[in-house]
Design a protein around this ligand. Structure first.
Ligand code: CMP
Length: 138
């Protein structure tokens, strides 16, 4: 039996990648892996919005820097769709720290540091729904 597990996940192209004009290249990598970009927009959020988006990390020592950083410049937020999209996106992004990311992943290719790691992706289906709502609920 062929099991279909069609999912949507949220992806963010972070300020370091947008600043280096890598957004189209990164979108091509998603499309080449079979993701459909269902919705996308280029925005800049303020620090309060970043704090709300990353609330699950509020007790972490890097929380303040992370929120400063995500609000420091334009970002591209996208809804990506494909079979097992959450896991497939995490595989394509690679390890959080670009130093640990394997060849062929976005963070290996473009990431600068653990903060400037070029992309964000939802870490579970549950968080994907919350994150998609955060940016795309009208
Ligand atoms: P992201 O997938 O957007 O989720 C939270 C972000 O926090 C993560 O990518 C990193 O860019 C950033 N970060 C900074 N320091 C750490 C750390 N020590 N562990 C995990 N994430 C970190």
């Amino acid at each position: 039996m062929i099991m279909s597990n069609f999912e949507q996940t949220l992806s963010i192209i972070k300020p370091d990648a947008v600043e280096r004009n890598l957004d189209n290249e990164i979108k091509e990598l998603f499309k080449n892996k079979g993701f459909k970009i269902v919705k996308e927009k280029k925005i800049q959020i303020d620090k309060t919005e970043a704090e709300s988006f990353y609330k699950i990390h509020e007790t972490k020592p890097f929380y303040n820097d992370l929120c400063e950083y995500l609000s420091s410049g334009p970002i591209i937020v996208m809804i990506l769709e494909k079979n097992n999209a959450v896991l497939a996106n995490r595989d394509l992004m690679g390890a959080t720290n670009p130093k640990d990311a394997i060849e062929g992943t976005i963070r290996k290719k473009y990431g600068i540091s653990i903060d400037k790691n070029s992309v964000h992706g939802s870490d579970s289906l549950e968080n994907a729904k919350i994150e998609i709502d955060f940016f795309f609920k009208d």
